[in-house]
Ligand binder design. Structure first.
Ligand SMILES: Cc1cc2nc3c(=O)[nH]c(=O)nc-3n(C[C@H](O)[C@H](O)[C@H](O)COP(=O)(O)OP(=O)(O)OC[C@H]3O[C@@H](n4cnc5c(N)ncnc54)[C@H](O)[C@@H]3O)c2cc1C
Length: 493
């Protein structure tokens, strides 16, 4: 890009899964990177909000695997889990195994490779055997994850990380981001910018168009879209942590919190994932409907979610004897928000892509694969539709429509609401970031706009970084993942 010399090759706003992927890929390729995070801690949803679970899914062979290889060096920092019990599965006497939701426990016999498949199940309810055999995710300690990622960032030697600093305003002219002003008063400039915030804040400030809520059937002709658009978004969750103790007294509920569920008919289903040390990560599905969250706003919503999660824990502890000796030891400091605004890009991923799958999609610029179900959480809409094969996400989903020197690499990339419900998993988002960081490297070398990055060059570079672009998994990548050294757990390191 012509113009006066820039301080950085790339400025990345937001250090969640997308921002981490973008920074590590750009930094490892030698670019001078500024990574700006508004929170005191990095990790976003996956650490600060406690979503320290990489649900099973195809792909995840790039930077997520590099992080995993570091996580397993720390005792009790990560594990691979299996479905132990589920509310739709019955014992022989016809009773539900676990009416509260899902109970996922660590299985030390499994490795990372076992966490790389979701597609193929009919549904959780119908397919207990398949789910038990193939559905295994990764659980990790959020603090260790943050430490490992910060170490990897430092190891590049090219990334400056600014925490507790946010993007405030942008100078956007002649179709280019010229510079960005940060909350510390600094104005920073770069050849390229990556918006890795959770709601495309940088893109919005530049005037790029966004989507919000559910699009109607008419918008993209998606079979499962509603007839009329709605402002409904996926629900939010306040995740908390419980720990086994010797004490089996029921924990007291504060006097001003009712014992019964007051915001819906009954307590929501819950995903409980065991950490390697025996604690559980407790994730209500969800704690609050997305619409209510938008009305209450962050602070009031957090307070109300705290009350709900205390009542929820009381219900769990009093209804399930197996949790009587557990203690609710903490809650995460930020709400887990599944969905906000999405930026309209050069291509919008829709349900058609998810249903077609990689063998029928025609895109030449696929930069990662995904196979998570269309997965909706909330009172107004909920449900899970499994996919029959993985689909590809095109690079153009990361290019805001008409953008010259900025990409978007987060859950606010260019997806329809239905596609976003599938494509939002942390490892997928991290690999969108990996593609964005790599794309600006190529753009810089060729002195071109982001839209003019040749997809064959981008895909070649991503393959070299072990990103899975083909399905089934190519042999060399399979061997890389299966390599015993890479899959050892902390027990054998
Ligand atoms: C409750 C819940 C459960 C989930 N369960 C799973 C699961 O089991 N498995 C799975 O894989 N995925 C799960 N997901 C999805 C996944 O966690 C997220 O979609 C993914 O982590 C999003 O990453 P991101 O980088 O797009 O956003 P985020 O992680 O939200 O990161 C965005 C970052 O941008 C920063 N930021 C925002 N504005 C600014 C600004 N102005 N200046 C500087 N920084 C800024 C934020 O502080 C944040 O750190 C779940 C999500 C939720 C909410």
């Amino acid at each position: 890009m012509a113009g006066k010399e820039k301080e950085y090759d790339v400025v990345i706003i937001g250090a969640g899964s997308g921002g981490i992927g973008a920074a590590l890929s750009a930094g490892r390729l030698g670019l001078k990177v500024l990574l700006v995070e508004k929170s005191y801690e990095i990790g976003g949803n996956a650490a600060v909000s406690g979503v320290s679970v990489w649900e099973m899914g195809v792909g995840g062979t790039g930077i997520p695997f590099d992080i995993y290889k570091q996580l397993i060096k720390v005792k009790n920092a990560s594990g691979i889990y299996s479905f132990n019990r589920h509310c739709t599965w019955k014992y022989k006497d016809g009773k539900s195994q676990f009416p509260a939701g899902a109970d996922l426990t660590v299985d030390h016999s499994l490795g990372y490779r076992d966490s790389l498949r979701r597609y193929g199940a009919k549904s959780l309810a119908e397919d207990e055997d398949f789910v038990r055999k193939y559905w295994h995710g990764v659980v990790f300690e959020p603090k260790v994850y943050q430490d490992v990622v910060e170490k990897l960032i430092k190891d590049t030697g090219t990334i400056t990380l600014l925490k507790n600093t946010s993007f405030q305003s942008v100078d956007f002219s002649k179709g280019l981001v010229q510079s960005i002003t940060l909350s510390n008063g600094d104005s920073v400039s770069a050849s390229y910018y990556i918006d890795a915030t959770d709601s495309g804040y940088l893109c919005q400030a530049c005037g790029f168009e966004t989507l919000f809520g559910q699009e109607s059937k008419k918008t993209f002709n998606e079979p499962d879209a509603p007839e009329i658009p709605t402002e409904t978004i996926n629900g939010v969750s306040l995740i908390y942590r419980i720990r086994p103790t010797q004490n089996d007294e029921i924990q007291q509920l504060p006097a001003d919190i009712p014992q019964e569920c007051w915001w819906r008919d009954s307590f929501p289903l819950t995903s409980m994932v065991q950490y390697p040390n025996g604690d559980y990560n407790v994730n209500m599905l969800p704690t609050m409907d997305g619409k209510e969250y938008m009305v209450l706003k962050r602070e009031a919503a957090f307070k109300e979610c705290q009350r709900r999660s205390l009542a929820h824990w009381h219900y769990l502890q009093t209804s399930f004897p197996e949790f009587q000796n557990y203690r609710r030891i903490s809650e995460f400091m930020s709400l887990g928000v599944r969905e906000t605004k999405r930026v309209i890009g050069e291509y919008i991923l829709t349900e058609h892509d998810l249903l077609a799958g990689i063998t029928r999609q025609k895109h030449l610029d696929v930069i990662t694969l995904a196979d998570h179900a269309m997965d909706l959480h909330g009172d107004e809409r909920s449900g899970c539709t499994e996919l029959s094969e993985p689909y590809g996400v095109p690079y153009r989903c990361l290019v805001p429509k008409g953008s010259k020197n900025m990409l978007v690499a987060s859950r606010s990339a260019s997806f329809s609401s239905l596609a976003a419900s599938s494509c939002r998993l942390s490892r997928t988002i991290m690999q969108l970031g990996q593609a964005a960081g790599t794309a600006v490297f190529i753009a810089g070398n060729r002195q071109v706009n982001v839209m003019d990055v040749p997809s064959e060059d981008l895909r070649k570079e991503l393959r070299e970084q072990n990103v899975q672009l083909e399905w089934p998994i190519p042999r060399h990548l399979h061997e890389h993942i299966m390599n015993k050294k890479n899959c050892e757990t902390w027990k054998t390191v």
